[in-house]
Design a protein around this ligand. Sequence first.
Ligand code: 48H
Length: 260
Amino acid sequence: MEILDERIITKAIVENFSKDFLDYTDCDVAIAGAGPSGAVAAYYLAKSGIKVIIYERKLSPGGGMWGGGMMFPYIVVQTEGKGILDEFDISYNEYQPGYYVASSIEATSTILSKCTKAGAKIFNTISIEDVVIRENDEIEGFVLSWSATGIAKLHVDPLVIKSKIVVDATGHDCEVCKIVCRKIGNKLNTSTGTVIGEKPMWADVAEKHVEDNTKEIYPNLFVTGMAANAVYGAPRMGPIFGGMLLSGKRVAELIIEKLK
Ligand code: 48H
């Protein structure tokens, strides 16, 4: 066997990352957050030939789906979302009519795998901390930084990428929508212009609203998943994930239509 050279290993990693990072400084769609809604959206976008990247704050993409319900590693999906489990080839059993149970580990890992194999790029350990808005008031990109910089409270300037469309898939905190309000005032297309805020648990209502709340909330900014319910003032739903999967698919459809 040849002698392994650590310098080659180092160069292989840094050169590959740099090439990809630079390639994605210009893209069609940039998504903040690789939870189930963001990852499902990226899968359908990539499958349509759209150049899509997800920036994920944490080391592990997957968001809140790994933990199932209270760390019991199972999720429930209702009839409406079952087609997406089938599309991703995720196994499940029908616990009672209309309640399908899947392993949260299999569901999360499979969605992430299929999303990247479809051609979506995921960069982990990077946080979106601002947006780019120009004279025409449209969002034109994301401002990003290493998550570790924020954790260490280092005063370091961020970098910028351009994207035709950006997506807030940051979950309960709907961080991108909050940034927009903080930076340019209450101009979201909610009833108040603001982030209305998530309402208490009501799975039935929450799941019925989440697809409708999946929208272009500001020029070139779409919102999906739990962020969509939080921003429009809808309830939370606990560990039923059909709405997250359907919202990810819906946002991809809306974006594909807009980019046509
Ligand atoms: C980069 C960021 C940033 C940032 C956050 O929370 P998620 O899983 O989001 P969804 O909407 O795909 O799924 C929600 C679901 O997991 C959930 O919480 C449910 C159904 N709750 C119901 C209830 O009643 O509690 O993923 C969001 C991802 C996470 O991985 C974050 O780390 C990441 O976004 N993120 N990434 N830049 N500024 N903020």
